[in-house]
Design a binder for this molecule. Sequence first.
Ligand code: PMT
Length: 396
Amino acid sequence: MPPAPVDRLLLGITGGIAAYKTAELVRLLVGQGNEVDVVMTEAARQFVTPVTLQAVSGRPVWHDPWDPRVPNNMAHIELTRDKGLVLVAPASADFIAKLANGLCDDLLSTLCLARDCPLAVAPAMNRQMWENPATRRNIQRLLDDGIEVWGPAAGDQACGEVGMGRMLEPTQLAERVARAFTPKTLNGLRVLVTAGPTFERIDAVRAITNLSSGKMGYAIARAAWEAGAEVTLISGPTALVPPPVARIAQVSSAQEMLAAVNAFVPDADIFVSVAAVADYHVLNPSDQKIKKDAHILTLELAPNPDILASVSALADPPFCVGFAAESENLDEFAEAKRRRKNLPLLAANFVQTAFGADDNALVLFDDDGRHPLPRASKLEQARMLVAHIARLYQPR
Ligand code: PMT
């Protein structure tokens, strides 16, 4: 098999205390398959050493514009020519001011001006510096020039003050890099995803629920976001960190999930129903904790609405993607479910290996037949599913 294409980026580090987080950032980027060349300013080298960045990137680290290791001595040109992105993190107020004015008095500022690929900056500075009208003007000029500004976040600052100016965390920057390298196959589309289990109350402390962790649904929300969609995630109870999507609605029962879906579905182009919705709810849940005074406790259960079926039956439905969790006869049961619910696409998986796991092996069913995906992490599965959706989707 030919080697997978590598997403190459250049990470510029400027002088700020958040520079200490860049070692972790590089480790995450390399872990997600990026090749990372690091360029440091003189001030950055006061906060973190080139040796550290060289160790975690596995590549030479640059800072001298006259470095003789670069062909033609043209580091400011050569270092970006094979890159898909330049990210400056942390980007100090001083460096942002330089970028805004086209100054180039060191290797990093010069290569930013000479680059022919997208540029993103992750500002990090004291809150007063961030609020200063000069910085506000400079940031606006960067945005006008098509430079992406990632963050900053608010919170505790190294100087002891609290406010806007914290660099985004390495995990947040790494996920934005992944997005930057993803083809925007769902650009401009609005995607609605349900994820996780539902929770049907029996009494004040007990419930009927299931083993869905939400990982598959959250991964699909993230993959759709990476592909440029505006994503709304409706989530049952999970312990997961939410992906950076446009909006998240937390719900508990199937009825609440149905209400949330009904609220958002009129604006959705695509609906992906990943949630493991409980098929029944308790007819008369108790507000109090039920006492253990009966040997046999009888619960009356009534069926829950089928959310996916109700959406696909709309007069003008979004492109509906269903899931099927089966313990046997995967192909037969999944295809029957797809036809019964009138779905253009359905992803099937075995309950024994899908619930709670970090990886999955989906089998996709559409009008052209059966398309098994190779076992992979749920995020990789989600990216393959999103690519398949993008191929099938026809605007309404
Ligand atoms: O959350 P994880 O731990 O990552 O696990 C992922 C998963 C196994 C939960 C996921 O991959 C999956 O299979 N989700 C669908 C689970 C399910 O409820 O399957 P089903 O065959 O019972 O339902 C068929 C379809 O109808 C599903 O799209 C479901 O969302 C939908 N449905 C079901 C019942 C109901 N009342 N309303 C619905 O909308």
